[in-house]
Write a protein that binds this ligand. Structure first.
Ligand SMILES: NC(=O)c1ccc[n+]([C@@H]2O[C@H](COP(=O)([O-])OP(=O)(O)OC[C@H]3O[C@@H](n4cnc5c(N)ncnc54)[C@H](O)[C@@H]3O)[C@@H](O)[C@H]2O)c1
Length: 272
């Protein structure tokens, strides 16, 4: 059921690769809630993905942009404001990739060129994207920006490798921009820390299905589905959350506050 939460709003959504992508769900729901949107993804991903179908379904256009390239991002925001007929009310950063994780390099044996790429693609791109939008004067006053994060920013999950460092940086960038844009434009900036989710990025992590099941067993509400992540993000884009900013918000079924659950503990108990 749609509530018209984003009626009349304009947005830019990055990171929709296929139907499993968190950004895909956000785009579909933003459209259903009345927003006009522009989609973006890396040119290489657009060749592999199915983004044109999403564009058709949501009446949007796709502007290719590698989020590590300032000139692409500049074109993205000038193109988006021209197409949407005004400034952008909401912006989703849903981008992550680690060559080290993808190629199985553990945290104690990182390739530093790849490490740089991890940070550039998965974290610095959040800064770049916001800076490009601000410089193009593409952000509407009172708007909302969300980036997607993971709890490995706070706690060690060994298989997550250097992505943990990227997420810590991403969350810090969100806080810092939240301050600056709050002062200048009443724009809020938050990160949403999502449960493990069966997407292309998620499944690329070593031992992912075990991690998924562990998180499921450790979360009183169970792992949060990506559709519900989209609902939460939409609430942050809406006017219902106009004073929520500079936060890292857990959307994880309670995982982050749970110390132990009987289902997990009983695997270690003696047979008394
Ligand atoms: N899947 C999970 O378990 C999980 C959990 C918490 C947070 N997240 C985060 O959610 C976000 C979205 O990931 P997802 O799970 O939907 O997977 P996904 O693979 O569907 O999305 C990742 C996106 O990043 C894009 N991308 C990669 N390099 C890029 C570049 N240089 N420029 C522009 N775009 C680029 C990809 O094309 C893809 O669309 C990521 O930040 C991810 O870390 C995922």
């Amino acid at each position: 059921m749609a509530y018209g939460l984003l009626k009349g709003k304009r947005g830019v959504i990055s990171g929709a690769l296929n139907e499993q992508s968190i950004a895909w769900k956000v785009a579909a729901l933003a459209h259903a809630e009345g927003a006009s949107i522009v989609l973006t993804n890396a040119p290489v991903a657009m060749r592999m993905g199915e983004i044109d179908k999403l564009a058709q379904d949501t009446g949007s256009i796709v502007i290719p942009a590698d989020a590590t390239k300032d000139e692409d991002l500049e074109k993205l925001f000038t193109g988006a404001t021209a197409h949407l007929g005004g400034k952008v009310d909401f912006l989703l950063h849903s981008i992550g990739m680690s060559p080290n994780v993808r190629k199985g390099r553990p945290y104690h044996d990182l390739n530093y060129d790849w490490y740089r790429q991890t940070l550039d693609i998965s974290a610095m791109s959040f800064h770049r994207m916001i800076q490009a939008a601000a410089k193009a004067d593409a952000l509407a006053d009172g708007g909302s920006i969300v980036g997607l994060s993971y709890i490995a920013a706070q706690r060690v999950f060994p298989g997550y490798g250097d992505m943990a460092d990227a997420k810590a940086l991403l969350e810090s960038i969100g806080r810092s921009w939240g301050y600056h844009l709050g002062i200048s434009k009443k724009v809020r900036v938050n990160t949403v820390s999502q449960s493990p989710s069966m997407t292309t990025a998620g499944s690329g992590i070593k031992g992912f299905s075990g991690l998924f099941d562990f998180a499921q067993a450790m979360s009183p509400l169970g792992n949060a589905p990506t559709e519900d992540c989209a609902r939460y993000v939409i609430s942050l884009f809406s006017d219902l959350t106009r004073f929520v900013t500079m936060q890292n918000l857990y959307h994880d079924g309670g995982f982050s506050s749970t110390g132990a659950t009987p289902g997990v503990v009983e695997q270690y108990g003696s047979a008394e």
